[in-house]
Design a protein around this ligand. Sequence first.
Ligand SMILES: [Zn+2]
Length: 100
Amino acid sequence: MKKPSELEEEYFARLEFEKRKKIEEEKQEKLAKEEKQRLKDLHYKKCPKCGMDLIEIDYKNIKVDKCSGCEGIWLDPGELEAVSNLEKTGLEKLFSVFKK
Ligand SMILES: [Zn+2]
């Protein structure tokens, strides 16, 4: 049988542990958020293939990003559908924006 004072010590030690664990978890959560933001800052408007800057053009409310390095063309969510709904002439006009 444990004495009541021992049980009390155990209880407070556990409380202390839980408290510190929570602080650590919050720290890690904050780090994960900061890392996410860091990656976003690092990659925002950069080509996913070659890392060069993307040039954004806005054509009929479709924002198309073209890479200044490898000339890849990138679309945001939903834009592939929007592009596919363009008439053929609209599509040609969109791509003529990029022609040299
Ligand atoms: Zn590129």
